[in-house]
Each structure stands twice: as C-alpha cells, then as structure tokens.
Design a protein around this ligand. Sequence first.
Ligand code: A2P
Length: 273
Amino acid sequence: MSADAPAGQTAAAKANPNGPTEETVLAVEHFTDRLFRFRLTRPKSFRFRSGEFVMIGLLKEDGRPLLRAYSIASPSWDEELEFYSIKVPDGPLTSRLEKIQPGDKVLLGRKPTGTLVLDALTPGKRLYMFSTGTGFAPFASLVRDPDTYERYEQVIVTHTCRDVAELTYSRNLIDSLKDDPLVGELVGGKLALYTTTTREAYPNMGRITTLIENGKLFADLGVPPLDPSTDRAMMCGSNEMIQDVKALMLKAGLKEGSNAAPAEFVIEKAFAG
Ligand code: A2P
C-alpha cells in the first residue's frame, strides 16, 4: 500500500473494483481463548442491513486474499464495523486473524448479504433471536438497531454456550444497551436476554432446543408458547443447531421466510473456521 493511498483504496483495490477493500483494525477484545471481537474502519460507500454478513479476511503469503463469511455485529448506523469471531487453532483464517492488533489491515468484501434481516420476516408481536456460540453476532447488530424495536413489541435473544465465559460478549453488550443513546429508551421492558450454558454450572442450563421443547424457556420468560400468529424467529449457530431449532419452529406452525418471500422465521449458519 502506498503511503498516500486513502483507506480502502489500495493499489490492489483499485486494480479490482469488485475485490475487497483494505480496512484498518481499530480495536480488539479477547473474551476467552476461543472468542474475540474486533472493530474495523467502515468505507463510506459500504452499506448493509443490520443482521447481514460479508466476506472478510487477510492476504495470504502468496498475496491472494483468504476470505470467509462473517456476520456484521455492529448495526447499520454505526460508523465502524464490528465482528465477533471464534479462534480455531489450525483454522487457516482465524489462527492468523486472532493475532491482529489495532493499526493492522483486514480485507473487507464489498457485497454484504444475508437472510437474518427484519425485511425477511412478516410483521408480528414478538421476535425471538436464537443463537449459540458466535451465532450471536448478527443479533449483536439487530439489538442495536432502533428498527427492531419499532417493528416488535417484545424482543427475546437467547444465547447458549458451552461455558459461562463464552457468554461475556452477549451479556456485556445487552447490559450496555440501557445507556445507549440511540436504543437505550427503546430496550427497557422490550428486550430480554436469555442465556444458558451446557458444559459448566450456571443458574440456567441446557440446550435451547431442550428448553423450547420442555417449555422452560416460555415459563421462565412468562410468555405463551410459540404461536405463528404473533411470533417471529431468527436463528444462527452451527448447522445442527439450525436444523434442530428449525424443526421446532416448523412443528409450532411457523414457516421459513427469505428476502424474496418474507415469512415467520429465518436461518443462517454461523461462521466456524
Ligand atoms: P453442547 O455443549 O451440548 O454441545 P459450539 O461451541 O460447539 O458451537 O456450541 C455452542 C453451544 O451450542 C453449546 O452450548 C452446544 O451444546 C450447543 N449446541 C450444539 N449443537 C446443538 C444443537 N444441535 N441444538 C442446540 N444446541 C446445540
């Protein structure tokens, strides 16, 4: 990159106007030896809808980009971009990405997309966001978007992880929202975070699928069972988690939606490598 090239306009980016831009790392926070988040500069021309994903990555030694799909964890109005990532010891990308420091460069694709967007759901009363592990990322975006609270009377985010430390990001983020200048007044009484663990002692334990099936989730929250006339859902996690939660949505009578045909629930696989 030449010293005078503006951010996102490197020689490589100019050579390929559809290729990734090069963004600067602004902050990095490690939660556990498996999880971290980081923030990047956001090009002025980069537009997305809260809940979408984009390709991000690093240059390989041969100078070619190594890119993976990542949910954007920041809301669409934010001037910066935030991402929440797993660290896989021999993962081709994450083993290098976990070492980034402020000032380093990360590649950012130009075409955000995805189905975990409010537009892919029909109107309803209550919105569930079911997540496991890094599947919380798109919901970190949506819970910070005022549109979410304009469209739904109640927003319930569930996050299930193996151990308590892995819940740090979601718990800190949701806790900070009450002081947020944009959504602080909207979240009060509307937003609930429901956290559970599966492998470490915690007041609330169990897979979300079990807690939906045995009704504990609804009893704990004081809400009626899933009802297609009022409830909408988004889910993000491993392939197996999505398939299992999807089966429970279908059983409750909710239909799967998409950008082209909005309906009652939408799914997306969390980044995993
Ligand atoms: P478990 O510990 O019983 O496997 P991971 O870190 O492997 O992505 O898992 C994140 C969380 O998702 C864990 O608490 C895990 O529970 C849970 N999980 C894994 N598979 C499923 C599934 N098919 N349905 C619901 N939850 C799942």
